[in-house]
Write a protein of this length. Structure first.
Length: 224
């Protein structure tokens, strides 16, 4: 399932976790080790650029973190990132350079690449968001199936392949430059290829090919 491979989703140079991700084929394979990776990388970070703020928390000195934000380690907040009012970061999280985590947005077990925006009332859990991806206001990653069964990644629109992930918790994998419309729900196991757009109020599942527009489940079209 080439569409869902890390090398086809992400520009690895645009994340402090690039070398970590490079050892895997599929992005969800990296989810189990995010916390351990942060604990290993954090103490090696340049103290002129990053400061440690509590146990297993490293924050770039030029990042903006509002006093009302909640930070729990393991966590790295990279340079010039902005963590806004009442953001709730629950740990095992990497927030990339210049990224925005907005008002009342919740993160848990995630890698947020550089220049990503999750700026308004978003939930992002057990997910990886590629360079310059953006989640519109109120859009969320649903990371557990309602029947609590293990997540299977399904290439519904192209090869019809399926991959059993062995994971109960799996949110969404967004490639570079993905735009998710407001109040959309990305169902467990969603993978969206780079440069794709999702209409507002969408319910998305499966693998969406790169360069697509997701209008609804019956209308996924290539960009002209």
């Amino acid at each position: 399932m080439q569409t869902a491979e890390i090398k086809n989703l992400y520009t690895l140079e645009e994340s402090i976790a690039g070398e970590y991700l490079a050892q895997f084929t599929y992005p969800w394979e990296a989810l189990n080790g995010i916390g351990d990776f942060i604990r290993k990388l954090g103490p090696t970070l340049d103290p002129d650029i990053y400061e440690q703020r509590g146990e297993d928390i490293w924050v770039a000195k030029n990042a903006t973190v509002f006093e009302s934000a909640y930070l729990h380690g393991p966590l790295i907040i990279d340079e010039e990132a902005e963590i806004r009012h009442c953001a709730f970061i629950r740990g095992n999280a990497i927030v990339g350079k210049g990224s925005v985590v907005g008002n009342s947005t919740e993160l848990k077990n995630v890698i947020i690449f550089n220049s990503v925006q999750v700026p308004h009332y978003n939930y992002v859990g057990d997910s990886i968001l590629g360079y310059k991806s953006h989640m519109g206001a109120g859009s969320i990653t649903s990371n557990v199936k309602s029947d609590k069964t293990l997540v299977v990644v399904k290439d519904i629109y192209d090869t019809k392949e399926e991959i059993a992930t062995g994971r109960k918790k799996f949110g969404a994998m967004l490639g570079d430059y993905v735009e998710v419309g407001c109040n959309s729900v990305l169902n467990p196991g969603t993978v969206i290829g780079p440069h794709s757009n999702v209409y507002p109020l969408s319910r998305v599942r499966g693998v969406i090919p790169a360069g697509s527009i997701f209008k609804d489940a019956q209308h996924v079209v290539k960009k002209h």
